[in-house]
Design a protein around this ligand. Structure first.
Ligand SMILES: [Fe+2]
Length: 414
């Protein structure tokens, strides 16, 4: 196990990505939103710039794309399907702030996407990362023993060239690696060769914020019992990711928390992967439930960053998005109030919306989790608003369960 790296390693400037510039975000905003840090890319064995796209497979991509636009305020920017020569599947490219989601659904019954969906249901097939040098990454991946699914290949259309490769990660999830600047020329198309520009026909509700989230903060992977350290090591060894401070171990796991989690991040911390495995607990672990219904390891939740979680939650609820409930005892518990301290709004405003708070030595964060997005109890979203804290809400695992236990105790049932 490598040691946790200091978050401010050196004075090395981090550039904005093309997607961040297009979303009118600046570096200060990104430091606040997702905890971006400066680091020296030259010493990185596997430099990663940031997220390229999160690719979902859906049973009905046409309708899912509508849901992500109407409920989540995403904008349709590109499309690929039978109308432009792709007879295998339909793919809708959606944007919110600096992050791109691609929703794919099989058109051809023999499509590999149909097989993936039959087994895993709606979920994340690909966590695509933007890298400055695909060949360097693949050389490192091979040296470190990773499974290379696709060797570096140029893909070209009238907008230019991207160079793409892919490696396997947990379960049947992949990391496609996308190099968007090849021989000094940056690809100018709406997404990748094969995609045409497209726009939303959905009309935003009056008064709805311009966007409900600005960036992607982290994606959690659920892996099988006993395999968490193996995947932490994969990201350390293959991709040069560093371990972040928040490790949930036996010290804070309660009888009910039912999971173990460690967090790895790329050098600039744009890409953060908490990795969960089930823990032996009194009840069946939520991670076990995921593994059973997803039929193996996969992406559990995507945390999207907002600078106004109250407005985002209000808009999402108005659009019909459902969130996990939080007991009133969570907010009324004196120990919890003391732990939370002062945050930017009265606790009652958070309680009204069931938003959770966590605090650590660096600051605090506000967060809330949706119910599962699809039919199976698998993938869901989190909304996160950071105020200095670089954590992931570990205090909430314990606080939530303890708040419940205290209520239980009052009823004489503990
Ligand atoms: Fe999270």
């Amino acid at each position: 196990m490598t040691d946790t790296m200091p978050s401010q390693a050196a004075d090395h400037a981090v550039d904005l990505t093309q997607q961040e510039r297009e979303a009118d975000l600046d570096l200060d905003q990104l430091k606040q939103l997702v905890g971006l840090v400066e680091y020296d890319e030259n010493t990185d064995v596997f430099p990663v710039t940031g997220w390229d796209a999160i690719v979902f497979v859906a049973g009905n991509a046409t309708q899912s794309a509508h849901y992500y636009q109407s409920a989540w305020g995403m904008d349709l920017v590109a499309y690929s399907g039978p109308e432009n020569g792709n007879r295998d599947h339909k793919a809708f490219v959606l944007r919110s702030g600096s992050i791109r989601f691609v929703v794919k659904g099989a058109v051809d019954p023999d499509s590999a996407l149909a097989d993936h969906h039959r087994r895993h249901g709606d979920g994340v097939v690909d966590i695509a990362l933007e890298v400055p040098d695909v060949d360097r990454c693949i050389a490192q991946a091979l040296k470190a023993g990773a499974t290379v699914l696709e060797q570096p290949t140029d893909h070209t259309d009238e907008h230019g060239t991207v160079r793409i490769a892919a490696i396997a990660t947990y379960g049947e999830t992949r990391h496609t690696l996308v190099q968007r600047t090849v021989n000094g020329q940056t690809y100018a198309g709406p997404y990748l060769p094969g995609y045409v520009p497209s726009t939303s026909s959905h009309v935003r509700r009056e008064g709805q914020p311009k966007r409900l989230f600005q960036a992607l903060d982290h994606i959690v992977g659920n892996v099988e019992l006993g395999h968490m350290d193996e995947w932490v090591s994969f990201y350390n060894r293959v991709m040069g990711f560093v371990n972040m401070a928040e490790f949930i171990g036996d010290d804070i796991a309660t009888d009910y928390s039912a999971l173990m989690s460690k967090v790895v991040a790329n050098g600039n911390h744009r890409v953060k992967f908490p990795l969960n495995e089930p823990a032996i607990a009194k009840k069946k672990s939520q991670i076990d439930e995921y593994l059973e219904f997803y039929r193996g390891a996969g992406a559990q939740h995507l945390a999207v960053a907002t600078n106004d979680i109250l407005a985002s939650v209000d808009a999402l609820r108005a659009n019909g998005v459902e969130f996990l409930d939080t007991p009133d005892s969570y907010y009324e518990d004196p120990e919890l109030r003391e732990r939370i301290g002062n945050v930017r709004v009265p606790i009652e405003e958070l309680q009204k919306r069931k938003i959770l708070v966590d605090r650590d030595e660096d600051g605090y964060l506000l967060q809330i989790f949706t119910k599962p997005l699809g039919d199976r109890p698998t993938v869901f979203f989190e909304l996160i608003e950071r105020h200095g804290s670089l954590g992931f809400g570990k205090g909430n695992f314990k606080a939530l369960f303890e708040a419940i236990e205290r209520e239980q105790d009052k009823r004489g049932n503990l």
